[in-house]
Design a protein around this ligand. Structure first.
Ligand code: ZN
Length: 318
């Protein structure tokens, strides 16, 4: 681009500029045709995920037990079914600071042949939380916390189904309810309701997935992802390598310490899980009404989706 500007200044004639553009175009077509296609295609992933996220936000705040959350779950099921996935709810109740609340996780698997998709073991989990944090006086939409991850998961589900069905068949998608605490902060008994329940329900007799990937706050402008410091080493290396291969290494780093999120209950039952999470501690919009649609970027979503697809591609081949 710098070279192009200099060329413009030196050769002011319109014909020269046209020739230069033609030259650039020819080089792109001949040597970089694949690159051009990938760039276009990759940009589309982020744009579609942003549109999915927008539709989720249009349902309003989504604290556990709310109509907004119920509407989002219905939308997730419809979108997943349209891409060929089968879904199942995992409902349960808990006593909370706000009384007895009905929670429900949404799980999705991709059919393989005529067998029951819920009876075969899967290699990996891909997860996000659907709920938004409840605030008494504020309208909190949680655009990046974590509607954006749900939008990204829907787009990843579509890509896997249409372009990599053999990989889709090895995965389970999980949309957790109740990640956020219903009182102030997450404690051992408040928050992570969905993932704690999911982990406790994993049948002893069924082989556990080899890995889990959790996405949380992955679509904000000026993308900054920080993996928890206690991320299982192979997964930490795999994420950083995938980011580098997607040319996005500068957006990924390691947090100062562990992070309490939905990956923790999965790690505890022996499913090594990485939390690909935004650096919320440095973001003034975190858990404020400013975490709205304007907080998001299609480009950031695109990066997160590409890195996740690259990561899954590597992990599922191992
Ligand atoms: Zn949150």
């Amino acid at each position: 681009m710098v070279l192009f500007r200099r060329e413009l200044r030196v050769h002011a004639g319109a014909m020269r500029v046209r020739l230069l553009l033609l030259g650039i175009g020819t080089v792109a077509m001949a040597g970089g045709g694949v690159w051009w296609w990938q760039a276009r295609s990759a940009g589309r992933l982020g744009r579609v995920a942003l549109a999915q996220t927008e539709a989720i936000l249009a349902c309003g705040p989504r604290p556990p037990g709310s109509d907004g959350l119920q509407a989002v779950r219905a939308r997730l099921r419809t979108q997943l079914a349209a891409a060929g996935w089968v879904t199942a709810g995992q409902a349960f109740e808990r006593s909370t600071a706000q009384g007895v609340v009905k929670f429900e996780n949404v799980r999705a698997r991709f059919p393989a042949g005529s067998g029951d998709p819920w009876l075969r073991p899967v290699t990996g989990l891909l997860c996000a939380h659907v709920d938004s944090k409840w605030f008494k006086q504020e309208v909190f939409l949680g655009a990046d916390d974590s509607a954006s991850a749900c939008g990204a998961l829907l787009e990843i589900a579509r890509v896997l189904a249409t372009e990599r069905p053999a990989q889709a068949q090895q995965m389970e998608l999980v949309f957790f309810d109740g990640e956020e605490a219903l009182d102030a902060n997450i404690t051992p008994t408040d928050g992570l309701y969905g993932s704690r329940h999911y982990a406790s329900e994993w049948p002893d007799a069924t082989a556990k997935p080899r890995f889990g990937v959790l996405l949380d706050m992955i679509g904000h402008k000026d993308l900054s992802i920080r993996l928890p410091s206690d991320t299982p080493q192979p997964l930490r290396e795999a994420v950083l390598a995938a980011a580098k291969r997607e040319g996005a290494g500068q957006h990924f780093g390691i947090a100062q310490g562990p992070i309490t999120d939905d990956h923790a209950p999965l790690n505890r039952i022996g499913i090594p899980t990485v939390d690909i999470i935004g650096d919320f501690s440095s973001r003034p919009w975190w858990h404020t009404p400013a975490d709205s649609l304007q907080n998001l970027s299609a480009e950031s979503l695109d990066i997160s989706i590409r890195v996740t697809l690259r990561l899954l591609d590597g992990l599922l081949r191992e």
